[in-house]
Design a protein around this ligand. Structure first.
Ligand code: AMP
Ligand code: MG
Length: 357
């Protein structure tokens, strides 16, 4: 019925800003004329269903970029469910039947996914796969009939992932279950990129995986990276505020990234594992700042589903994790530790700080 739906896919979630008036996009480095900025080595690729942008300063930058490229292709081939082959596809095919052998990469990401599923009370659930497939936001989007949603919801249960990390074996308990690592695999890839940059002696770089940003060190002049948070209701490249970071992951989940509309209702790609529908928690964007992007990625999706109150509670409980939440009434909420490190820079003048409690 909804085969003609227009799907909106937005790549930009976080924008690296070199000066307030100069947004760094695509390949252009807009440096100050007075200050001599070293030339970065830049690449743009399309992997993991998104644009990967690397910007690396220092010697060996080209070799590091190439090594990262190879590593990302390797991770994608193991974890994707959008192309044939791969370990997660094998695991899904064998659901309810038997265990499969996986690489230490996949075992690690699965174990992290289970940790966040537990921590979020199942709001984040890597076994959401059957519902993701039914909504098919990236392919032929449709609103599945309620009966279909109800029966697929029975398959969503991260507790049926039987993971033997020591022997690198994993099994899905029930036939028809499907793991989908779309909410966490890019996060892992970001961490792997940083590990590789360091191995090549790089001290200043950033990588954006479809807007999931990892900033290594500081900018070459020693100042913090300035990351703009996308205005969830404006065109790509407009931001509502800026976070300053060094050596951090910044990951955003939003209802504007992949969605279709029907009868003026927005159906987006982050599903509520309790209802089987796109999450309607009152949030339209969540940004997590953490040391590792695997954590930031899992937490941005988790908190998006949990909503402002529970999401804030979860993040405030964790050491070294900060967040920016944006609600549908265009209010911005920050964790305590981020205050002073975030500046409201809303070109649309529609957003304001919200009052907690
Ligand atoms: P992200 O953009 O990181 O928030 O991840 C969204 C992607 O994760 C979706 O495109 C799905 O592949 C998957 N996903 C959707 N809902 C959930 C959920 N509740 N828990 C875990 N993964 C999800
Ligand atoms: Mg995520």
């Amino acid at each position: 019925m909804q085969s003609g739906n227009q799907v909106v896919i937005r790549i930009s979630k976080l924008i690296v800003i070199f000066s307030l008036s100069a947004i760094l996009s695509a390949c252009a480095l807009l440096g100050s004329e007075k200050q001599k900025v070293p030339e970065p080595y830049e690449t743009q690729d399309f992997f993991m269903g998104t644009i990967i942008h690397q910007k690396i300063f220092g010697e060996n930058a080209d070799e590091a970029a190439e090594a990262v490229r190879k590593r990302l292709v390797d991770i994608e081939s193991k974890m994707t469910i959008n192309k044939p082959g791969g370990e997660i596809n094998q695991l899904n095919e064998m659901a309810g039947t038997g265990a499969v052998s996986v690489s230490s990469d996949t075992a690690y990401v699965l174990s992290k996914a289970c940790t966040y599923a537990e921590m979020s009370g199942g709001a984040f659930d890597p076994t959401i796969g059957p519902l993701v497939k039914a909504w098919d936001i990236m392919g032929n989007p449709r609103i599945p009939p309620q009966g279909e949603i109800d029966s697929l919801l029975k398959l969503v249960d991260y507790k049926s992932i039987e993971l033997d990390v020591k022997n690198l074996k994993v099994k899905l308990g029930v036939k028809g279950q499907m793991v989908d690592l779309g909410a966490i695999a890019k996060g892992y890839s970001g961490d792997e990129a940083i590990r590789i940059y360091k191995k090549y002696g790089i001290r200043s770089a950033y990588i954006s995986l479809g807007g999931n940003v990892m900033a290594l060190g500081a900018k070459p002049d020693g100042s913090a990276w300035r990351i703009g948070i996308q205005n969830p209701r404006a065109v790509n490249g407009s931001y509502v505020g800026i976070v300053e970071v060094k050596d951090k992951a910044i990951v955003t989940s939003g209802d504007y990234e992949r969605y279709f509309e029907e009868d003026s209702v927005r159906y987006h790609h982050i599903l509520d594992s309790r209802t089987g529908y796109p999450a309607r928690s009152g949030l339209i964007s969540t940004t997590i700042i953490a040391d590792f992007s695997i954590d930031a990625d899992a937490l941005s999706t988790s908190t998006f589903v949990l909503g402002l109150e529970k999401g804030m509670e979860l993040v405030e409980r964790l050491d070294g994790v900060e967040a920016v939440f944006i609600t549908e009434d265009k209010k911005i909420y920050l964790t305590e530790g981020l205050k002073g490190n975030f500046s409201l820079a809303d070109e649309s003048k529609e957003y304001a700080y919200g009052q907690k409690g």
